[in-house]
Design a protein around this ligand. Structure first.
Ligand SMILES: *Cc1c(COP(=O)(O)O)cnc(C)c1O
Length: 381
């Protein structure tokens, strides 16, 4: 595991011990009937796909999930051979490599079924296919009107030995809004579409619907498998349903930088592009070498919280591409001092949720956007 030498300009520390504990907590919640799929798409929400996938499997996750086939094939290339579903396919994607790598490949429509059948014919193998139903999300998935035909054609290809229907699944639109009427409607639609497929002869290994918010609040959605992403990284899907601690989860990522410069500035001094911040008195300014190229949202200019010099301060003026400034209000600080943007929160530092609030977004986006220029430093590997 990468032991990057200190000091560094900036770092995202990834606590794999916390990730394993989160997976165990999620498993305990859904056991004994359901398994846990660790969703490691988008480089494990910015945490690093390969180390996080390995840690999740060690802690008892039995499936992995990615969006694209390329993400899934990269895990196979790293030697990870666990059951692995990928669900976002585009025409021309590597179906044949997917068959050879033993991926579970999601199919939402006719074009995809045609391509996977063609690839199975060429390769001489059997494709593991999971049929995705659109039960109301209105995004990917096969709509109810087209479902009987898609299921029928998939069963025909199964009879020919070209595909095996390994899963039937769907995705919820509003699981993070407790009591939203779409939840019950989607559950009912899923049961109907699943029932149709099973009566027609499908014998899926796994049936699944739940994401993190459903795993935390809706046991009736568990079926055989829950697909947890954000909760595994110790982040609550929404402040409305609770804090991570309410669910026994601990944030996995801690993002910090080393202060690059501290200097005195007189009252009335403009700070950063556009001079949107002007010092109100003689003061000290600290330069933090992280910017929007590193995933610090520019939208949090003048608002993002940072723990530096023993206190939580606010980004002064605009976040630039590579750096931003905080007003130390006269405090002195040595260059190289640590500035913590977010972490678990138990040492007084802000959390990813605090940054989400400051940038009018969700914590998912805060961690996922941490840029490739920020080294990931793994703890408790
Ligand atoms: C991203 C994703 C998940 C995981 O969602 P979380 O809310 O992070 O748990 C599950 N299923 C699908 C289809 C997804 O795209």
């Amino acid at each position: 595991m990468s032991e990057t030498p200190q000091p560094l300009r900036a770092r995202a520390e990834i606590d794999l011990g916390a990730l394993r504990a989160n997976v165990r907590a999620l498993r305990a919640r859904v056991a004994p009937h359901a398994q846990v799929m660790a969703v490691v798409k988008a480089d494990a929400y910015g945490h690093g796909a390969v180390p996080c996938a390995r840690a999740a499997l060690e802690a008892g996750a039995t499936w992995l999930g990615t969006a694209t086939p390329h993400e899934a094939l990269a895990l196979r290339a790293a030697g990870i051979d666990a059951p692995l579903l990928c669900w976002l396919w585009t025409p021309g994607d590597p179906w044949r490599q997917g068959i050879e790598a033993g991926l579970d490949m999601s199919v939402s429509g006719r074009w995809a079924l045609d391509e996977v059948i063609g690839a199975a014919r060429e390769s001489g193998g059997t494709a593991r296919v999971q049929l995705k139903a659109d039960t109301g999300l209105g995004r990917n998935g096969c709509p109810p009107a087209d479902w009987p035909r898609l299921v029928g054609e998939a069963l025909k290809a199964q009879a020919d030995g070209l595909v095996r229907i390994t899963g039937i699944w769907s995705h919820l639109a509003c699981a993070d809004e407790p009591g939203h009427p779409s939840i019950a409607a989607q559950l009912e639609a899923f049961q109907e579409m699943l029932g149709h497929a099973e009566r027609a002869g499908a014998e899926p290994e796994v049936r699944h619907l739940a994401n993190s918010p459903a795993t935390l609040t809706l046991p009736e959605t568990y079926f055989d498998l829950v697909r947890t992403g954000v909760a595994m990284y110790g982040i609550s899907p929404s402040p409305e349903i609770g804090t991570p601690a309410d669910f026994g989860l601990r944030p996995v990522m801690r993002l910090s930088g080393s202060v690059a410069l501290v200097k005195r500035a007189p009252a009335g001094h403009g700070v950063s592009y556009g001079h949107h911040y002007v010092t109100s008195r003689d003061t000290t300014l600290a330069l933090v070498p992280l910017g929007y190229a590193d995933g610090v949202p520019r939208h949090a200019s003048g608002r993002g919280p940072v723990l530096v010099g023993g206190r939580v301060r606010t980004v002064a003026g605009r976040v630039a591409m590579d750096q931003f400034v905080v007003d130390l209000e006269g405090d002195e600080l040595e260059p190289g001092a640590e500035a913590v943007l977010f972490g678990p929160g138990d040492e007084g530092e802000p959390t990813a949720e605090d940054w989400a609030r400051a940038a009018d977004t969700i914590a998912y986006e805060i961690v996922t956007r941490v840029g490739s220029r920020v080294p990931r430093v793994y703890r408790n590997a």
